[in-house]
Design a protein around this ligand. Structure first.
Ligand code: SF4
Length: 743
């Protein structure tokens, strides 16, 4: 047990039966908060609180997790393995009655039956017909990807390309810088200008906010660039509501002004970058006037923004992943990421920028995931890769309705999918092109296993539902993409009911499948040591973690990476010394690697197919922002009454500009049909004059919570981003009409 913080010692001094356990919030959020859990003598968690000693958590939690015990002890948690009753059809069940489709079975029965079915599927169709589907339901290192990866490699199951959230932006950033690093979060307090680009700091990166506020108290300005007036935009010094998908044009337009007026940092460019001349040539065509026509800004606004950004020192950019969920999202992230390289903003503490800092954490993934086990699979090689952003296609191939087992066409590079194993995710709600996904999940011949904490849109289609632990109920180790601390998450309470962790589940299943490799018996503690590559001297062998020991993590809860070990004496200034991990060893304005792949070596603005400039706009003229909620984590938390209450104002609403509403003869409170060629949903009109005209917004909710059983993803497509094969949730065209007008 770690030593409690002084604050806790004080608070608990009079309550000796209580113990304090250091855990880490494992939800998909940059902040990766250190969470102290108070456990009473019955072993029940009675309080969760942010660790005041952790320099980024600073003693507070967001509204989502401050109420975490509501989730852990929710009366409707799935607590036992469940098997679909033989006569219970797959499909949505009324909320609160989902369990009627299932019968309780023991873990032994469930594991034996699942192992037998996977074996049969593998024998009949080949192991690649088995598809794992997971994402960041937990971002703990073990929970996100360890024993599960070992299992599927050894099985020969298809590999999943986990693209749905951040791959386009991550790859784009790496094309420029080689590695995802950024300005330390704590250093934002030193900035004099903060540019939040597609970043709703107040909504989903709340632990950066106190540093932003401190900077503002010291005279900094906060400018938000976002088509939607987020909580952050509403309290910023300036909100620039550009049109969706035009970020790349704005970034190139800013570069045009910066270079035209000689505001670039020539010395930094000469020393640290590659391809400047090509970039300078490219941005010549991005005049403020042309960019204004695309973005909806005025030329003067573009010039002002560029000057302000280039001449204020230090200037910090907080770029977030919303920008990359567009067809041209990769180019957008590349272009925006280049701005601090052009102005030399990285040179000053408090300047530079952040997309993700996950590149600082060099976990020993080979040891954790064991790709070598694929050689022992029936394939004798690594399996084919299926892109998770195309799940609808993967489950239905051409999307044809009603295909049975034999009617499914084999994918060009492997068999059709006949078994789906879902964990850490809820594709029935979060995957694009919901109707195609649903058609796939409905297939009676598709064997589906779901490891979950609650009945969701996906468990409605499961053959087996297996109970999963929360982060209070298992042990893990975690980095972050919004700070530079390695943290240990210790198990605070016994799992509720028969809930089990991912590590336990896939280890047990491997043994039922007859996989005899000793690694399937590793304990979480052993795997934490493997992730850290702990050597004979007790220290990590991972780059940048050499000073870290498990004992120190147990004692302190959090330990900074080497780059952040002495932030005052030796502040970390990313990308100020080479060589970088790019092909040229420098920051790449021009990418030969992209050019060699037949792509544009420079960022350029290509209007999305699904945008006001595309042919589809004639039929579906409105650009939809399929947004997430501030108080949910994608679909997580949307089942809890307290969290739903916090989102009641915008839940199942269509936010629309008054002009667009008037043109369609609808007004506040009217029920409208929102549709395109992929689907239709009904929402209630909420007028929002802050949206750019021609743009509407709606939020992700569970499909089964909608009266029609389909959520906003019935409208989104499986079209992929230009880089990284990511999902394009923010390149979606729709039309809106009063409900009841259409056949
Ligand atoms: S969701 Fe994010 S802000 Fe909230 S507790 Fe978890 S890590 Fe912290």
């Amino acid at each position: 047990m770690i030593a409690p913080s002084p604050a806790y010692n004080d608070a608990m001094a009079a309550s000796p039966p209580f113990r304090i356990v250091h855990t880490v919030c494992s939800h998909d959020c940059p902040d990766s908060c250190a969470v102290l859990v108070t456990v009473n003598e019955e072993g029940r968690a009675v309080k969760v609180e942010g660790d005041p000693k952790q320099p980024v958590t600073r003693g507070f939690l967001c509204g989502k997790v401050a109420k975490y015990l509501d989730r852990v002890y929710a009366p409707d948690r799935v607590l036992y393995p469940l098997k679909r009753k033989s006569k219970a059809q797959k499909g949505p069940r009324p909320r609160g009655r989902e369990h009627e489709a299932f019968e309780r079975v023991s873990w032994d029965q469930a594991l034996d039956a699942i192992a037998a079915r996977l074996q049969e599927t593998s024998d009949r169709y080949g192991p690649e017909s088995i598809l794992p589907y997971s994402y960041a339901g937990t971002i703990g290192v073990l929970g996100f990807g360890s024993m599960d990866r070992r299992f599927f490699h050894r099985l020969g199951g298809s590999q999943l390309d986990r693209t749905i959230c951040s791959e386009a932006g991550g790859q784009a950033w790496n094309l420029v810088y080689g590695k995802k690093l950024g300005t330390p979060t704590e250093d934002f307090r030193l900035a004099k200008l903060i540019l939040a680009w597609g970043a709703n700091i107040h909504g989903n990166n709340i632990h950066l906010w106190p540093f932003v506020e401190e900077a503002r108290r010291n005279g900094a300005r906060l400018i938000v660039i976002d088509p939607y007036r987020t909580r952050t935009a509403a309290v910023a010094d300036r909100h620039i509501a550009i049109r969706p998908g035009t970020d790349v044009a704005l970034a190139l337009g800013m570069m045009h002004v910066i270079l035209n007026e000689g505001l670039e940092d020539r010395a930094y460019i000469d020393e640290m970058t590659h391809g400047f001349d090509a970039l300078a040539e490219r941005v010549r065509e991005y005049t403020p006037e042309r960019v204004a026509a695309w973005t909806g800004m005025t030329a003067g606004e573009i010039e002002r923004l560029a000057r302000e950004y280039a001449t204020t020192r230090p200037a910090a950019l907080r770029l977030n992943y919303g920008v990359q969920r567009s067809e041209n999202g990769g180019a957008a992230v590349r272009a925006i990421a280049m701005l601090p390289a052009l102005t030399g903003a990285w040179k000053m503490r408090g300047g530079g920028g952040q997309l993700s800092m996950s590149g600082g954490f060099a976990w020993d993934k080979k040891a954790l995931e064991r790709p070598d086990l694929a050689l022992a699979s029936p394939l004798g090689r690594l399996a084919r890769v299926v892109n998770m952003s195309e799940l609808g296609q993967a489950l239905t191939e051409s999307g044809t309705k009603g295909l049975g087992t034999e009617g499914l066409k084999a994918a060009a590079d492997g068999p059709a999918v006949h078994a789906l194993f879902v964990y850490n995710s809820n594709p029935g709600a979060i995957a694009p092109n919901h109707n195609a996904v649903r058609r796939g999940l409905e297939r009676a011949d598709l064997f589906t296993v779901v490891h979950e904490q609650f009945f969701t849109d996906t468990t409605d289609y499961a053959d087996f539902v297996l109970p999963a632990t929360t982060f209070l109920e298992h042990t893990d180790v975690q980095g972050a993409y919004g700070h530079y601390f390695v943290q240990l998450s210790q198990q605070a309470i016994a799992p509720r009911g028969e809930a089990r962790s991912n590590v336990w589940l896939f280890g047990q299943l491997a043994q039922r499948m007859g996989f005899s490799e000793p690694c399937f018996r590793d304990t979480p503690e052993e795997m934490i040591r493997q992730a850290l590559a702990i050597g004979a001297d007790g220290h990590s062998a991972n780059a940048g973690m050499e000073h870290i020991t498990v004992e120190e993590l147990e004692r302190e809860g959090h330990v900074p990476l080497a780059i952040h070990a002495a932030p005052e004496a030796e502040p970390f200034l990313p990308y100020t010394a080479g060589p970088l991990a790019t092909p040229s060893g420098k920051i790449e304005f021009y990418s030969e690697a992209l050019a060699a792949a037949g792509l544009d070596g420079l960022p350029g603005f290509v209007p999305p197919v699904e945008s006001r400039w595309g042919a589809m706009a004639k039929q579906y003229p409105l650009e939809l922002l399929a947004r997430k909620n501030d108080n949910y984590m994608n679909s997580t938390f949307a089942n809890l009454p307290g969290h739903r209450k916090m989102e009641a104002r915008t839940n199942q609403k269509l936010e629309i500009h008054p002009q667009d509403a008037e043109a369609r003869g609808v007004g506040e409170g009217d029920v409208v049909r929102v549709f395109n060629e992929r689907g239709t949903i009904e929402l209630t009109v909420m007028l929002n004059a802050h949206l750019p005209a021609g743009v509407v917004a709606a939020r992700l909710d569970w499909a089964k919570r909608h009266p029609g059983g389909a959520n906003v993803n019935a409208l989104t497509s499986e079209r992929l981003t230009d880089i990284g094969g990511g999902a394009t949730f923010y390149s979606t065209l729709v039309e809106v009409e009063r409900a009841g007008n259409r056949d």
